[in-house]
Design a binder for this molecule. Structure first.
Ligand SMILES: [Zn+2]
Length: 211
């Protein structure tokens, strides 16, 4: 047995174990617990929301299990792992196609948590934005919050206060430019003007996340 084979088996085994954890968290994500944040997805340069979590977790875990069976089985000299690994690889390809369908069209519904089934997929979201803009309205009806960010009271000089508007939609990254008093005499109005182009649902009050 070569050391490369052992190394490949160990690495693919670790990846398979990590991805099985993603699947084990799926029921909690489905119910809407905070599990999505705990699934380490915040560190993955890849956009996964509650809506697309299940097919995503299946794709990743089946793929890494397939690799583990191929490399690990080879290292141990087992002959049954290759056909089972090939099957897992085929299933991961199917799961990947389903993941794309869920992301773009929110179908099949069975793979989407019930509370997310009424949402449009990305395809529908883009079309909706285009229609809204064409009729002169803001691009979305996402809930946008205005943050009044000030340094903590014990460190008042750590940075200059500013306002920023942040979209709270789970699949939207929009936020305004941060605006401080040095840039605009009324920074709150400035970020609210930016927010008004993104959405027509802007919270009236402001939030103070820090100080
Ligand atoms: Zn948004």
């Amino acid at each position: 047995m070569s050391w490369e084979a052992i190394l490949l088996a160990a690495v693919s085994g670790a990846a398979a174990a990590w991805s099985v954890r993603l699947v084990l968290l799926a029921p909690a994500v489905w119910r809407g617990d905070r599990a999505l944040r705990e699934s380490i997805l915040d560190t993955v340069p890849y956009r996964v929301s509650r809506r697309t979590y299940l097919p995503f977790a299946l794709t990743v875990s089946l793929f890494s299990i397939a690799l583990f069976l191929a490399f690990g089985g080879g290292a141990l000299g087992l002959d049954w792992t290759v056909p089972v690994g090939t099957l897992a690889l085929l299933l991961s390809a199917v799961a990947f196609v389903l993941q794309i369908l869920v992301a773009q069209f929110n179908r099949p519904r069975l793979l989407v948590p019930p509370s997310e089934r009424g949402r449009p997929g990305r395809f529908g979201q883009t079309r909706r934005r285009r229609k809204r803009r064409a009729s002169g309205r803001p691009a979305t009806d996402h809930e946008v919050e205005v943050h009044d960010v000030r340094p903590p009271p014990d460190k008042p000089d750590s940075y200059t206060p500013y306002f920023v508007a942040i979209c709270s939609d789970a699949e939207c990254d929009w936020m305004s430019d941060p605006v401080g008093y040095e840039r605009d005499p009324n920074p709150e109005a400035a970020v609210r003007r930016q927010a008004a182009e993104h959405s027509d649902r802007i919270a009236e009050g402001t939030r103070r996340p820090v100080g």
